[in-house]
Write a protein that binds this ligand. Structure first.
Ligand SMILES: Cc1cc2nc3c(=O)[nH]c(=O)nc-3n(C[C@H](O)[C@H](O)[C@H](O)COP(=O)(O)O)c2cc1C
Length: 279
């Protein structure tokens, strides 16, 4: 997994592209993308499987729908996992690293966890018994957003992100962490804050305690009801990817770990996920 681009530029360039040009991805770029995917790994030690759907595989796939959300896309990448602890986070991590790599190359993507015909895509991608939570189209973005896309973005405030004081905390959940107090790690937190999340709910909360960084999920009541798994765990994996790519770029060493859950009073609906510990 070689990241030879600026994380900040890629994070700022990425947005959910729902309208694509007809222009296919060149064969040599496709080959580079596939070899990048083969090099992916994650800090949670769970296997994430990638599946491809190319224009030829999309012929005669009448039912291959995204409910009008995605237009013009000819190629998709799907991911499958075995449902076990930290597998959704591993998926979020690897897929987001891929999405940032593609954004850097000017290739658009859109996380899809809800608005796609899961059965039809599973058939077309020849997915077996594994859990199949996420796909993304990929291709060159059209210049303008389509009507439904614009309405959708407006409805979920897709251009907004929560303030620091709602997301990052110092020692307990009553005390917001300021940028000054975050020191060198402020950049990593800012990269987390700008990330994508399902319905833009931004469930990531980070608590710094005894110089360790603890990641929590603010589990939106009722939100994952329509899925047989907690889709916001994928968002937590995305947060881990943004955080880790940023610290690596700064040259700060550290590791994720799930055995460092701190003693702290938790607000309602907050669940501990994992910690990052500086070396
Ligand atoms: C796990 C996950 C699932 C998502 N599922 C969908 C989806 O089913 N349909 C859709 O149109 N967008 C989906 N999105 C995209 C989000 O709505 C989008 O990331 C968010 O509104 C922020 O907008 P931006 O990506 O343009 O910054 C999903 C995003 C994530 C991270």
């Amino acid at each position: 997994m070689k990241m030879n681009f600026s994380i900040e530029e890629a994070v700022k360039k990425r947005y959910s592209v729902r309208n694509y040009l007809e222009q296919p991805i060149e064969e040599e770029i496709k080959a580079a993308v596939e070899s990048f995917i083969a090099s992916l790994s994650n800090p949670f030690g769970k296997k994430v499987n990638f599946h491809y759907l190319d224009p030829s595989g999309m012929e005669n796939q009448q039912k291959l729908g995204t409910y009008g959300v995605i237009k013009g896309a000819k190629q998709y990448i799907g991911t499958t996992i075995k449902l076990e602890p930290l597998a959704l986070e591993a998926l979020g991590y690897e897929m987001e690293v891929l999405i940032l790599y593609l954004a850097n190359k000017g290739i658009g993507t859109c996380w899809l966890g809800g608005t796609f015909n899961r059965k039809a895509f599973a058939n077309a991608m020849k997915v077996g018994e594994e859990l199949f939570p996420i796909i993304t189209p990929y291709g060159y973005p059209a210049e303008k957003k389509h009507l439904k896309e614009r309405a959708m973005r407006k409805m979920i405030n897709a251009d907004q992100r929560k303030d620091w004081k709602e997301l990052f905390f110092d020692t307990d959940f009553q005390t917001p962490l300021t940028k000054e107090a975050a020191g060198d790690l402020a950049f990593s937190l800012e990269m987390v804050r700008l990330g994508p999340s399902a319905s833009n709910k931004q469930p990531w909360r980070i608590l710094r305690k005894d110089n360790r960084w603890h990641f929590y999920e603010y589990k939106e009541p009722g939100y994952s009801k329509s899925f047989p798994y907690d889709i916001q765990r994928v968002d937590m994996g995305i947060a881990a990817a943004h955080f880790e790519l940023a610290v690596k770029e700064l040259g700060i060493d550290g590791e994720f770990d799930t055995a460092s859950k701190p003693e702290v009073e938790l607000p309602k609906h907050m669940e501990y996920c994992f910690s990052w510990i500086q070396a």
